[in-house]
Every structure is written in structure tokens, then in C-alpha cells.
Design a protein around this ligand. Structure first.
Ligand code: PA5
Length: 435
């Protein structure tokens, strides 16, 4: 491994022929050109494309400065947001941080405990979070590009009221950070109250915004190196800029999933073998689901966490309705490994594994699973991540963003809008406020 993410489709071999890939080459090139010439549908939301190369150093410095203040003074940091204004940050924290970050003692964490709110309408969730916060010193970051999304707006109402009651207006002001677009209700409120504010660029949509302050501020509060994340994203930006299909792993992934989809495999399961990928899977689901699921088309993105889900979904994947394919996220070198100890009596009959590492066993589970699923009629794609560093995270994010954009164009949809999200909102508001 040379430190790069590898896309491996050897296990899709039976399902995808060489000539099928060749036949798609011209379409991929066309999608690449449409994207890079800013000519396709959704071109007004292509700010993410060159963002890692062009974003300002000052923004990064400001994020680092504000994060350092929060790390020093807050015991609890609550990030309020939903969808693209929440999943990126949470996925990065889970992937790059300690599995039990919030449970660690302060000296091991180095920063506040971090929780999320505004990502549902559950009063119970909010009340339980309240119980946990109790009298501990609190800072909040409300993230909403539009500034008028109901879930975060309501959560923010509760938190702002609580902060002002507890610390007064001035004290609350010192503990509220907003991340929002150039216009909207939250921007106006932030200006009126003088809150520290980060701007979400108008040309970067929510699900493409993790590499802006939307994702980077919470991540920096956890002490994760955001400069390294951006360095990885810049690397991705250069690598996945290659217009030739066979030389661009992101385009190969996009092309292969389209070939497989056109053969009736309409569900993609993203499988990982580390529980720390569960929120990343949610981020990926949103990225692809909201980008591709339109005009009565699209691959349905779903996720499984192995090996746990082999004991729950394995039967269906192996033997159920044949309309799915699997993309495995494989972490080559996990942050930790443990040698399996010998047992004097070998009562569990597992001494043949003594001296081997847990990761070795995990790797064999992955290989065995892919072999089984392939023979069961499930195409397998594999993305190999050398290690879970901030740099690899940045590159991985950009890999999927680029693949998703090209995949959307191959599908013939606008990957950057989400008109379907409005339908439930219209109904909900009509029911809440019938005039
Ligand atoms: O990807 C998207 O655009 C959406 O998921 C939004 O991020 C989500 O609806 C939250 O929107 P906002 O940031 O405007 O509150």
C-alpha cells in the first residue's frame, strides 16, 4: 500500500465485462467534461469541486481559533443540525476519534464532550440530553445553511432560551456559534445578536459541505487535525480529476455501479468491518440517496456493519431477492489491534487462533464474506483505505463526492438538488399551521 485509497473490482468480475466498461468510457468522459466546465444541471452548486484547492487559509485558522476556545472552556459542546449539516461532522468524529470519546475522562479527551441535537423532532431525546448537560458549562454550534430548517431551528430555540436564562445575553453570546448561509433567518439573528459566525458558501450544498466549517468546526473541537483532512481532500481533488476512466478510481466506482444497476441490482449496500464506519455510512447514504434518487430512478443506498450484520442481514444478502450489490469499505490498518491469547484448557476450541491478531480474523471474515456473496450472485466492489488518518478521511470524502457527481450525470439526473424533500415539509407545515 502506498498510502492511497484503492478501488478494487476484481470481485465484480463475473458481473461486469470489460467491453461494458469500455462502452461506458465515452459517457464518463462526457460527464467529466460537463462537470468540469460547469455546464450540467446543478452547476450553481459546484463550489465543492475545487474547494479543497481554493478555500481560504484564513477560514481554517478561524476554525482552529474558535475550536481552541471551545476546547478550553466548554465541558459540553452541542452541534445542532440535520442532514448535510450534521452527518459529515458526526461521521468524522466517529471515524477519527476514540470509539468512546464522550466516556473518556477530560484529560484523555482534551476537549468537551460532544453531542448532537436538532437531527430529529423527539422531545425525549432533547429532555434526555438536557438531563445529561445538567449544570455543566456548555457551548453550542447551530448549523443550518438555509437557516430555516425546522428541526435545528426548534432545538436552537430551546438551547438559546436555556443559555440566556443561565448566563444572560452576553454569556449566551459567548457560547453560541452559528454556521449558516449568506441569507436567512439564522444569519439575521446571528447579526442581530453578534454571534460568532461561519459562512456556508452559497455554491456548496448541504451534503457536499463536510469540508467547510459545517464539518470542520466540530471536528476541530474534538482535537482532530483539520489541516490534514484538507490535505487529504486536496490529494483527492488532484487524483480524481483524471478524465481517463481506467486511471480514475472514483470514476471506475461510478461507472461500475451504473453497469450493475442497469442489470437490475438497484440496491447498494455499503459494508464495513469497523463499527466506527456506521455514521460514515449514514453520510454516504445521504450523499448518494439525495443526489441520485429522483425522476423515478436511482440506486437505493443502504448500509450494513459487519460482522454484526452477518448475523442479521447475511441470510438475505446471500440468499434473498437478487437485486442488490455490495461495496465493502475495508480498513487495511486499524488504529488498534490485539493478539489473541492462548487458553490453557482450550475450552472454546479456538487455540488455533492464538497468536493471531483480531484484525487478521476480521480480514479473513471479510474475504470469506465476499467469496460467499459473490457465489450467491451479489457483485462486490471494494474500497481499501490504508489507515484511518485525517488525511485518508479527507481523500475518502472527496472520492465519494466526485464519484457521486459523475454517477448522477451518468444516471441523467441533477445530483445537486433535492426537490423531493419539499413534499413532506409542505404537508407538515400545512398540518401545523392551517390558515
Ligand atoms: O443536503 C442537503 O442539502 C440537506 O440534507 C440539508 O443539509 C438539510 O436539509 C439541512 O439543511 P440546512 O442546512 O439548510 O438546515
Amino acid at each position: 500500500m502506498n498510502g492511497e485509497i484503492i478501488f478494487d473490482y476484481a470481485d465484480a468480475g463475473n458481473f461486469v465485462k470489460k467491453h461494458e466498461l469500455e462502452a461506458l468510457e465515452a459517457q464518463v468522459l462526457a460527464a467529466h467534461e460537463t462537470l468540469h466546465r460547469y455546464e450540467g444541471p446543478g452547476r450553481e452548486y459546484l463550489g465543492w469541486l475545487g474547494w479543497p484547492l481554493h478555500c481560504s487559509r484564513e477560514d481554517e485558522d478561524k476554525i482552529a481559533r474558535v475550536a481552541a476556545q471551545i476546547r478550553e472552556r466548554a465541558e459540553i459542546f452541542v452541534v445542532i443540525g440535520i442532514g448535510g449539516s450534521y452527518l459529515g461532522a458526526r461521521s468524522a468524529l466517529e471515524l477519527l476519534g476514540h470509539s468512546f470519546y464522550n466516556q473518556l475522562p477530560r484529560e484523555k479527551r482534551g476537549g468537551p464532550r460532544i453531542f448532537f441535537a436538532g437531527c430529529n423532532l423527539s422531545a425525549t431525546y432533547l429532555a434526555h440530553l438536557w438531563d445529561l448537560i445538567d449544570q455543566q458549562d456548555l457551548a453550542i454550534n447551530v448549523v443550518s445553511k438555509s437557516g430555516n430548517t425546522l428541526e435545528p431551528a426548534l432545538a436552537f430555540r430551546f438551547f438559546r432560551t436555556m443559555l440566556e436564562k443561565r448566563y444572560g445575553k452576553k454569556g449566551a453570546r459567548e457560547r453560541i456559534i452559528t454556521t449558516t448561509g449568506e441569507k436567512g433567518a439564522l444569519r439575521r439573528l446571528a447579526q442581530q445578536e453578534g454571534y460568532e459566525t461561519f459562512t456556508v458558501p452559497g455554491d456548496i450544498g448541504g451534503r457536499y459541505s463536510v469540508l467547510t466549517a459545517v464539518g470542520l468546526l466540530p471536528v476541530a473541537v474534538a482535537g482532530i487535525d483539520i489541516a490534514e483532512i484538507m490535505a487529504g481532500a486536496r490529494r483527492g481533488c488532484r487524483l480524481y480529476d483524471e478524465e481517463k476512466l481506467v486511471d480514475n478510481p472514483a470514476y471506475l466506482y461510478a461507472a461500475l455501479r451504473q453497469i450493475i444497476y442497469r442489470k437490475g441490482k438497484i440496491i447498494e449496500l455499503l459494508a464495513s468491518y469497523e463499527p466506527s464506519f456506521s455514521l460514515f455510512t449514514e453520510w454516504w447514504k445521504q450523499l448518494f440517496g439525495e443526489s441520485e434518487g429522483k425522476d423515478q430512478k436511482g440506486i437505493f443506498p443502504a448500509g450494513v456493519s459487519f460482522t454484526a450484520d452477518l448475523h442479521a442481514m447475511g441470510q438475505f444478502i446471500q440468499d434473498g431477492y437478487r437485486n442488490l450489490f455490495l461495496t465493502t469499505l475495508w480498513l487495511e490498518k486499524p488504529p488498534q489491534d490485539r493478539e489473541i491469547p492462548p487458553l490453557a484448557e482450550n475450552i472454546d476450541e479456538l487455540n488455533f487462533l492464538a497468536g493471531k491478531s483480531m484484525h487478521y480474523v476480521n480480514k479473513k471474515a471479510c474475504a470469506g464474506t465476499i467469496m460467499a456473496h459473490s457465489s450467491g450472485g451479489v457483485p462486490n466492489l471494494k474500497i481499501i483505505i490504508p489507515e484511518m488518518t485525517p488525511r485518508c478521511y479527507g481523500q475518502l470524502v472527496y472520492f465519494f463526492e466526485k464519484a457521486c457527481a459523475v454517477s448522477g450525470y451518468l444516471l441523467g439526473v441533477n445530483p445537486f438538488d433535492q426537490p423531493g424533500v419539499e413534499a413532506y415539509k409542505n404537508n407538515m407545515f400545512a398540518l401545523l399551521d392551517p390558515k
